[in-house]
Every structure is written in structure tokens, then in C-alpha cells.
Design a protein around this ligand. Structure first.
Ligand code: URA
Length: 246
């Protein structure tokens, strides 16, 4: 629905297109001026046109745009990519994000370059804060392959908390053997820098392979390496529960 300029629920067309098409506002302005955008079926070349984002039908290059306030994605991060939006030297996880969202989202926390597995991405700063802030204790489960066998005693030390060189010992966590004695699962509810790696050093062991399997109730499942999907409503609500519970 087109609105008069004075309407309170309005939004400028260039902002809408920049956000909904994921191309940013200046590209949106250009696209609008080039006649690539239609509003309610009619070409509209004026970036300042006021629209109601809740009811308007806008197309860009013939495709209907959808207004999403925030985007919530999950990726199976392959090894060899750094968790960053951009990097001058290394390849980043951004290459796996659909173009439409690539300029919008940021990774929620960080997996090391060699680590694989579940990485969340969003443009919702509040949600990011509630997952990575030490104030909230969102559990994260990792599958670890170790360079040498680990004893029951060392698993127990990890469980109770170890000194990894920070002010405090690591918080209590959950550990169990996965298969044999050199493969384990660890569930931590903190997210310190290189935490799993440093916890294993603390018990004289080392990682050979690390994969994150879950964050809160979100499970990596059978998502292929390098693939990305949107979180379901249920997954998103379960993540938002952590913020409410503290
Ligand atoms: N802990 C680590 O040491 N590395 C990761 O990538 C994640 C947790």
C-alpha cells in the first residue's frame, strides 16, 4: 500500500529494497533509479517513496521481496575457513552464505579455522549477545578427537573445571567418551577463546579434530558441510528462552 509522506508507519523504498534484497541502501537507490523496482505492480523510480513494509508488494528484478526484520541462519562450517565477515588473507565463512543475506548477518561467536560444525549467523544483536555473553549459559556440545587416550580421571577433572590460564577455572561441564578412549563429547556453557583446545592442554592432551554439534537446542543434524539453512520458528524460540531464563 502506498502511503502519504506523513504516515507514521512508513518506510522509504530504498531502505526497504536495500534490506529485503540484501543489497544495501546505495545499491537499492541505484536499482530504483534504473527502473528495476516495482511497487504494487508499477515501476517506481523514486527512492524516497514512502511505503508500508507490512502490506506493500515490491519486486526487484521481477522477484517479489519479503520483509524480514531479522535473519537467523545456521551453517555447517567446514574446516579451513575463518569465522569472520571478511579477512584480508584468509577465506571466510561468508562464501557459504546466500548472497541475499551475506551483507546482513554476522557469526554468533566463533569457531577456530580448523573447527567444523554448527555456526549460527544473524543480524539480531540482542540474540547474539544472549548466546555469547558470559551472563547466559547456553550449552554447546563438541565432538573431539584427541591425540592420545584420555583417562576417566582426566575426564572428571575437565568436568569439575580446569585452570586454562584465566582468572577463574572453567565452569563445570559435561564430558563423556564417544568411542574408544581418544574420542569424547564435551558440553560447555561458556565460550572462552580456544576454550576446548585449552581445556585439553590443561589435562596434557591435544585436539586432532573438533566439531560443534549443538548450540542450546539447535542440532547440527545432517546439514552438509558448507550448507546453510534458516532456523525454524521452534529453534529460534528455544534460543530466545535462554535470555528470558536468566
Ligand atoms: N573451543 C576451541 O578450542 N575451538 C573452537 O573452535 C571452539 C571451541
Amino acid at each position: 500500500m502506498l502511503l502519504r509522506r506523513a504516515d507514521r508507519s512508513d518506510m522509504r523504498l530504498d531502505r526497504y529494497v536495500g534490506h529485503a534484497a540484501g543489497i544495501g541502501r546505495s545499491n537499492a537507490k541505484r536499482a530504483i533509479r534504473q527502473g528495476l523496482v516495482s511497487v504494487e505492480g508499477l515501476p517506481d523510480a523514486i527512492p524516497e517513496t514512502d511505503i508500508d513494509p507490512d502490506s506493500v508488494r515490491v519486486t526487484y528484478n521481477g522477484a517479489l521481496l519479503e520483509w524480514e526484520e531479522h535473519v537467523y541462519l545456521m551453517m555447517n562450517k567446514p574446516a579451513g575457513y575463518v569465522t569472520a565477515v571478511s579477512d584480508r588473507k584468509e577465506e571466510t565463512v561468508t562464501r557459504f552464505i546466500p548472497e541475499k543475506y551475506a551483507s546482513r548477518v554476522h557469526p554468533v561467536g566463533r569457531l577456530d579455522k580448523d573447527t567444523e560444525g554448527l555456526l549460527l549467523l544473524t543480524d539480531d544483536g540482542d540474540l547474539t549477545h544472549s548466546i555469547i555473553s558470559p551472563q547466559y549459559h547456553v550449552p554447546k556440545t563438541y565432538y573431539c578427537e584427541l591425540v592420545r587416550d584420555i583417562s576417566e580421571e582426566d575426564l572428571d577433572r575437565l568436568r569439575r573445571g580446569v585452570d586454562i590460564g584465566d582468572d577463574k577455572l572453567t565452569r563445570e561441564c559435561f564430558t563423556e567418551y564417544a568411542e574408544g578412549r581418544d574420542r569424547i563429547f564435551i558440553t560447555i556453557s561458556e565460550g572462552r577463546f580456544h576454550q576446548i583446545k585449552r581445556m585439553l592442554y590443561a589435562v596434557d592432551n591435544e585436539l586432532r579434530y573438533l566439531k560443534r554439534l549443538s548450540v542450546g537446542n539447535i542440532l547440527l543434524g545432517d546439514l552438509e558441510p558448507g550448507h546453510v539453512r534458516k532456523l525454524t520458528h521452534e529453534e529460534l524460540s528455544s534460543l530466545k528462552e535462554y535470555r528470558k531464563s536468566e
